[in-house]
Design a protein around this ligand. Structure first.
Ligand SMILES: [Zn+2]
Ligand SMILES: [Zn+2]
Length: 634
């Protein structure tokens, strides 16, 4: 017997048979979409094991039928099969049977058919709070904020079902601050704010939109925050660059006897890596050992990155050797360490070793190996890696790889090759790629190409001050002051704001920040005194200030005075005053180091007999005995 039933989601008519109906046969006939027949004479329709999931085992026993239906729903991965299961359920089961309706709604949503899920949900009679929470969660996960809020409203006002903590936890992640604040108020009014999971969701919501005060205030009201609460408040602060605050919370967490897990440590370490703080990394390393997390590969990988970014490549190497079976991410992290420190040859050796050990490189590995070649002027090697990336490892070059190659060609003087590579790209070049070429033009004083590239950059990214500065410095080096002024005027007319250069240095568990001409430090007098003394001494051995570089940071009217007070110089003077003589002075700068500060650091390393390490946005410069590890190529 065959009967025809309209699927409640109205998309599909499916014919289904009597109670002995076989889903297997249905699946095989799905292509016809309109009619489906059980053919008992076709043994294949019953024996194909791959189809057994869709065959309800015993249609006469409701419990067994329900169990078969649940199995089918769980394993279903396509919409035609979903519709078949749906039609079968309509015929044989009531939606009230063991949340089967909710499961089917979830299945439609999982397959991306939100409208069908919604429609079916509306058809389910006697919806309880589990059904409502489930649909709210589905809408929320799919980013359908309005649908989830609407369900929240209907649940309360049309169906008089009271939301509970699960409802709020499902709803909050989809909300913006306005809706989230409303739910916060709702939770307080209705006694749900004491539920830890609700508070944790609200903290994350506030953090996501940058409302730290609200997040912190709420966090402080929690009587016994759990690991999730602590991780949330720490992560929010790290994500937004408030490292000191996150460390405060990390220490408070430990005082509260809550042990950090992988998420806590990796989050904190990422924060340290961004600002290059070495002592903090040491403390965290101790903590990792004590917590028994010293075999955890993601943690050790992040820690080795922190050491590398703090200027301590030797510590990174030691740590890498301790990892028993480093994965691609760990190998790549170590490679990236060599790259940013300008050790091109070591980076290549490391890459070769990785291949020997049978670890497959990915696109990130190639970005770092190409960048290592670029920093060390290894043009032939870079070209070889770029070729084998696609020919041997079947990795298609991405924008990052092209950017490294343009940088490699451009800075080494092969400007036409760089231009040719951009023309051959299968995708549109982005501003990073044109920016790399403009930098090459600046290094090799090619004004014609520089002007052409600048025009493209001004179109692509009119608010990026670096491009205006690079073009104007090309003009100033050539003595074309009229053109120089035009670029500066263009910048002003477009309200382009330059990023203020600032340098960071760690001392006595604190990070000190300096900007150009800074007098905010309590020891300002001493710092300027030291700077003057050092400038005098390096002047005696041949240092001459190069005023040209003041243009990289400042307006021309203040150029004469302030080149001598660039943030790196102030940080260096401070470092000379406070840092242990046997230890290197490590400075981090938020922009690229200027040529004059680079030159000064070389002289200071001689007259003060110190090692100075400056990390700028591109790489590390290790100054010692009057030389820099970059070989003046940066
Ligand atoms: Zn400078
Ligand atoms: Zn250098």
């Amino acid at each position: 017997m065959l009967s025809s039933t309209r699927c409640p989601c109205s998309h599909l008519f499916i014919s289904i048979s009597s109670s002995s109906f076989n889903f297997t046969a249905l699946k095989h006939n799905i292509r016809s979409q309109t009619r489906c027949f059980h053919n008992p004479s076709d043994p294949q329709s019953l024996s194909n094991p791959s189809c057994n999931h869709y065959h309800f085992q015993s249609q006469h026993n409701p419990n067994s039928l329900l169990s078969s239906a649940l199995t089918s729903i769980t394993s279903c991965s396509s919409i035609p099969i979903c519709r078949l299961i749906h039609s079968k359920l309509v015929k044989h089961l009531h939606y009230n049977d063991g949340f089967i309706g909710d499961r089917l709604v979830s299945l439609y949503a999982r397959l991306g058919y939100i409208q069908d899920a919604h429609q079916l949900f509306d058809e389910i009679p006697n919806k309880d709070s589990v059904s409502w929470n489930s649909i709210i969660s589905i809408f929320s996960q799919k980013g359908e904020v309005n649908l989830s809020l609407n369900a929240f409203y209907r649940m309360r006002h049309e169906y008089q079902i009271y939301p509970n903590d699960i409802t709020l936890i499902s709803l909050i992640p989809a909300c913006g601050t306005a809706e989230g604040s409303y739910l916060h108020g709702f939770s307080v009014k209705n006694g749900l704010s004491s539920e830890l999971k609700v508070s944790n969701s609200l903290i994350n919501m506030y953090g996501k939109f940058g409302h730290f005060n609200s997040a912190s205030k709420l966090f402080n009201t929690i009587k016994s925050p759990n690991l999730v609460s602590w991780n949330s408040i720490i992560n929010i602060h790290i994500q937004n660059g408030f490292i000191e605050e996150s460390i405060f919370y990390f220490n408070s967490m430990r005082r509260a006897n809550i042990y950090p897990d992988q998420a806590t440590i990796v989050t904190i370490l990422h924060g340290c890596a961004d600002i290059g703080v070495g002592k903090l990394a040491d403390a965290l390393h101790g903590n990792i050992l004590c917590s028994g997390l010293d075999t955890n590969i993601p943690i050790l990988t992040t820690l080795l990155t922190v050491y590398a970014k703090s200027g301590r490549l030797t510590s990174s190497c030691k740590l890498f050797k301790k990892i028993k079976k480093p994965d691609t991410i760990a190998w790549t992290a170590m490679l990236s360490g060599y790259a940013i420190h300008g050790y091109g040859k070591q980076a290549i050796e490391h890459f070769n070793l990785m291949i020997q050990k049978g670890v497959k490189p990915d696109h990130v590995t190639f970005t770092h190996v190409l960048s290592a070649c670029s920093h060390s002027r290894l043009v032939t090697e870079g070209q070889r890696f770029f070729n084998i990336m696609s020919s041997v490892y079947k990795i298609k070059p991405r924008l990052d790889h092209y950017s490294c190659m343009v940088d490699l060609f451009g800075r080494s003087g092969n400007l036409q090759k760089a231009r040719g590579l951009i023309d051959s790209m299968p995708m549109e070049p982005n501003s990073a790629i044109w920016g790399a070429l403009l930098n090459g033009c600046k290094v090799h004083n090619n004004i014609d190409l520089g002007e052409e590239v600048s025009r493209k950059l001004f179109e692509l990214n009119p608010s990026d001050s670096r491009n205006y500065i690079m073009l104007s410095s090309l003009y100033s080096k050539a003595g074309r002051w009229g053109d120089f002024s035009k670029v500066r005027a263009l910048m002003k007319s477009r309200n382009v704001v330059k990023t203020a250069g600032c340098s960071f240095i760690e001392h006595d568990r604190k990070i000190y920040r300096f900007v150009v001409g800074d007098r905010m430090h309590v020891e300002s007098e001493k710092i300027y005194g030291k700077l003057e003394e050092v400038m005098g001494r390096i002047g005696e051995v041949g240092y001459v200030a190069n005023r040209e570089f003041v243009l990289d940071d400042l307006e021309e009217e203040v150029r004469d005075d302030l080149v001598g007070k660039h943030s790196e110089k102030l940080a260096m003077a401070f470092g000379l005053l406070v840092c242990d003589e046997k230890m290197p002075i490590v400075i981090t700068k938020n922009l690229r180091i200027c040529g004059d500060c680079h030159n000064m650091a070389k002289f200071v390393s001689v007259v003060e007999n110190r090692v100075i390490v400056i990390r700028d946005t591109k790489r590390f410069h290790h100054f010692s005995d009057g030389l820099c590890s970059c070989g003046d190529y940066w």
